[in-house]
Unconditional design. Structure first.
Length: 135
């Protein structure tokens, strides 16, 4: 049961309310309207489960939302990859180029693979190995 203003109670989400919430979650997290199948399925889920957190969790955890976050945070992610794999900040040109590519492709794995396969990363690993062998 859901409590309304004035202390009244009602049973669950009504279909129109559920559709409105589904539309609002999609607009807020994905910046778009849900397709008809998603609208129907999530509305039925809300009416049956009374669990709006489940709806928000599903949409926020979707690959589509993750890709949007990757695109929005591209410069920070590029710096993170450079710090982790190359132990330095990305120079301005690399930051701009990799950020633009990441924003376009939204493929974080490809960025990590490319930087990880770089000559600079291999040389860093070889220096670490040599230093470890000398110690």
């Amino acid at each position: 049961m859901t409590e309304l203003a004035g202390g009244r109670r009602r049973e669950g989400w009504q279909p129109a309310e559920a559709e409105g919430l589904v539309r609002a979650v999609f607009a807020g997290l994905l910046g778009r309207e849900p397709d008809e199948e998603a609208l129907r399925a999530y509305s039925e889920f809300l009416v049956g489960s009374q669990n709006p957190a489940g709806l928000v969790g599903d949409v926020a955890g979707s690959a589509e939302h993750l890709q949007q976050v990757v695109a929005q945070q591209a410069p920070a992610l590029v710096q993170l990859v450079f710090r982790a794999l190359l132990e330095r900040e990305a120079d301005p040109e690399a930051l701009a180029a990799y950020s633009a590519r990441l924003t376009e492709t939204r493929d974080l794995q490809a960025l990590v693979a490319e930087v990880g396969a770089s000559r600079e990363h291999r040389n860093l690993l070889l220096r670490r190995l040599a230093a470890g062998a000398a110690a």
